[in-house]
Design a binder for this molecule. Structure first.
Ligand code: ATP
Length: 322
């Protein structure tokens, strides 16, 4: 391997910059060239490349977003788009890739790697924490801390006005953000796509504690089957017209901001391990950390959604929201 290409793709996540920095500096440490690819697969198709040096990743470890930018590319899903990407990589002399992103990014990497026998390893960069093969993904810790900071603030106003707040957090297919933040923010109930929501049980719960609790918070994951926060809010308003019920959708603030220490350290560890893995001949694998140790998981296993919800955590919510 002579020249490693690095790109971020799909939704941005805090800590992606720390991961880019680790990949670039590690490649230079091993005397490899490093090329940044802007806007993920779109940049590959358009030949949007830049040579990275030590300085190009200076002063970015603390910044949210991604200096390489990110995009979603329909073109890369076609064989013709991937052919253009391959030709550009070849022209530029890039002979290995580090992909930073989520399941879509790794699906693309898997298809491309197989098609052109191209060495690619991936770093888990997504706030959703929904990949198999790593305990945590880069961005998740920052995102859940952003959420609890926001919910704590909502709690202040809920408490002052005796209000019930329905708060929607990110997670189109995953309730992991909702579950953790719900526990940490002391939510009365948590609605997630992995479990079937019993609306009657929810109403009962809200009614029970209502008398002596002045504020209530219900956390709803974006992908909840019974509906998003507005739908749930409407159902609750219809059922309890006397409650002062408000809806708050946290939205994109959850993706932004300075990465937490944990995300920076995770990104740095897996970034170093990714380049070392390529040098050892690994490809088609996601690099993660399981129980404190670096782990290697084939893309096709990593992208199988982590839908397992720890039942002990769900029980905690029930016990502690009494
Ligand atoms: P997140 O879940 O955090 O948003 P992600 O990596 O899952 O991140 P996606 O938008 O799902 O984000 O995927 C990123 C890109 O990966 C897509 O825009 C597309 O270019 C590429 N990709 C996804 N699926 C495929 C596929 N089947 N074949 C080729 N490329 C794909």
């Amino acid at each position: 391997i002579k020249n490693v290409g690095v790109y971020t793709s799909g939704g941005d996540a805090p800590g992606m910059n720390a991961a880019i920095r680790a990949v670039v500096r590690t490649a230079l440490y091993y005397n490899l060239e490093v090329t940044g690819i802007r806007r993920g697969y779109e940049g590959m198709i358009n030949g949007d490349f830049l040579t990275m040096d030590r300085k190009s990743v200076g002063n970015i470890i603390q910044r949210g977003g991604t200096i390489l930018k990110t995009a979603r590319s329909e073109h890369f899903k076609t064989a013709e788009g991937r052919k253009l990407a391959y030709e550009n990589l070849k022209k530029r002399g890039i002979d290995a890739l580090v992909a930073i992103g989520g399941d879509g990014t790794f699906t693309g990497a898997k298809v491309f790697g197989k098609e052109y026998n191209f060495p690619i390893v991936g770093l888990p960069g997504t706030i959703d924490n929904d990949l198999l093969g790593t305990d945590y993904t880069i961005g998740y810790d920052t995102a859940i801390n952003t959420v609890i900071d926001a919910v704590d603030k909502i709690r202040d106003t809920a408490e002052s006005h005796d209000r019930l707040f329905i708060v929607e957090v990110m997670g189109r297919d995953s309730g992991l953000i909702a579950l953790r933040t719900g526990i940490a923010a002391g939510a009365e109930a948590i609605l997630i796509p992995e479990t079937k929501t019993d609306l009657n049980a929810l109403y009962h719960k809200l009614e029970q504690g209502r008398k002596d609790k002045s504020s209530k918070i219900v956390i709803v994951a974006e992908g909840e089957e019974a509906g998003g926060a507005f739908e749930i809010g409407k159902l609750i308003k219809d059922r309890f017209p006397n409650y002062d019920t408000r809806v708050s959708v946290l939205g994109h603030i959850q993706r932004g901001g300075r990465p937490s220490c944990q995300d920076r350290v995770l990104a740095s560890r897996v970034g170093v391990a990714a380049v070392e893995a390529l040098l050892k001949g690994h490809h088609n694998e996601m690099i993660g950390v399981i129980n404190g140790e670096i782990s290697y998981t084939p893309f096709e296993s990593a992208i199988k959604h982590n839908t397992e919800i720890n039942p002990a955590l769900l029980k905690i919510v029930d016990i502690l929201s009494l």
